[in-house]
Design a protein around this ligand. Sequence first.
Ligand SMILES: [Ca+2]
Ligand SMILES: [Ca+2]
Ligand SMILES: [Ca+2]
Length: 326
Amino acid sequence: MKKISFSSLGHFFVLLFVFSLPAAAGAAKATSHPFRSKMASDTPGKSYPDGHGGTVFFPLGDLSFADEVVDFLPGDPPPPSYVAAPELALGIPDYVEDTRYVTLGCRGTLTVRFTDNVLIDVPGPDLYVFEIGPAVEPTELQISPDGKRWTKIGTISGGRAEVDLEGKVRPGEVFHYVRLTDLATGCDGDWPGADIDAIGAIGSAYQFTLSDSVLFDFDKAVLKPEAMAALEKVADLFQKVHGGRIIVSGHTDSVGDDRYNWELSGKRAKEVKRFLKSLKPLRGVPIEAIGYGESRPRASNDTAEGRAANRRVEIVVVPKAQPNSN
Ligand SMILES: [Ca+2]
Ligand SMILES: [Ca+2]
Ligand SMILES: [Ca+2]
């Protein structure tokens, strides 16, 4: 499963949202989330078997998991061919009898991207890696907002497959990429390196991606009528999921001048923000608008299709801090 789209919202965009976990001292265990029963009725939150006899709860359910492979550098010795496809680490955990996972190989590196959700810091653990085998093989985790600047957030090993971003990232920061690097402690045997079934963001937000072809005319920063309809749906969803704040970012392809693209993407993000602010459900909601120009491509700029995918506005809904109901 590479992508889950909200059919009611149209095929060209995907929505992203976050539920915050409560800031209770006892909230460090994702498996005993105090909001779990409350949220289960009106959110997609689900528990998944962790492969070691327990379960892990993801407030966003199936959307929480990594969506695309960016890069895979198998280690040496390499993985056996039947578990060498990095796509086996995407989507929900689906390990069955020696299939549906990727073995990294000794010192292998796998980089994945989230497209319908993003990774954020919530109280307690934020990222969980589903590893096959009796023990978690030592694996270094890094995250990145843009696929360029990487932050090491820790190592999973032994019985611990989760990482907390707290103290390692700026408050409110949003991450799209995760990189796993095998630390070469299990290089012998049939499956050298870590064996990864799935990578999930417990701290997760829905991401809405709107194509520029829907929003704007060429080179313009004035919203088209169909754009307004799409943005009204964002506002409805924001309300439904009890959002707290919104981040709007504008992106272009690499055609044309860097600076010009930067400015155009900024103007477009601001225009989306202006319209969102005018909507009743979003009155008083903090909305941030950022232009990234061509600096954060989603696809290759070498093809027309890739350039079209890069011309977009992304909308992230950050959760309202939930009161501790305990
Ligand atoms: Ca996802
Ligand atoms: Ca956290
Ligand atoms: Ca899998």
